[in-house]
Design a protein. Structure first.
Length: 135
């Protein structure tokens, strides 16, 4: 397991997600201040590869540098606000999720065992009854 590569991949994914969130923030602002520009950004984003935040911003820089810089500024602000809380939130989220999934699995297993138990008891009674008849 290459932890450094996992960290790099996670950071890249997070960057792209923050680019997406920055686009949503700017889009909401544009809906209020410049609706035609909001429509344009919405179409551009739908046609572009928004899953790769860097490629998305590079494409946006070629057609509307001012808007691209606005998105980068918002993304910078999001990073500043989010990264302080992120490590603990991720740790807590994973621990809670793992605990919840384990509980659900254990409950399912318990229900399966309880559901099969009457059949086992009946089969056991039949077997013990069969032995008493043969004796």
């Amino acid at each position: 397991m290459d932890l450094k590569q996992i960290a790099k991949d996670t950071a890249k994914m997070l960057q792209s997600y923050l680019t997406y969130q920055a686009m949503r923030t700017v889009l909401a602002q544009l809906h209020e201040t410049n609706p035609p520009k909001a429509v344009w950004l919405h179409r551009f984003s739908a046609e572009s590869n928004l899953q790769d935040g860097e490629a998305y911003l590079q494409s946006l820089l070629t057609v509307d540098p001012d808007l691209a810089f606005r998105l980068m500024t918002v993304r910078d602000e999001l990073v500043s606000d989010v990264t302080d809380y992120l490590p603990e939130m991720v740790r807590e989220g994973v621990q809670k999720s793992n605990g919840h999934l384990r509980r659900q699995h254990l409950e399912r297993l318990t229900q399966l065992v309880l559901a099969e138990e009457p059949d086992r008891l009946l089969e056991s009674e039949r077997r013990s009854g069969d032995h008493s008849i043969d004796d």
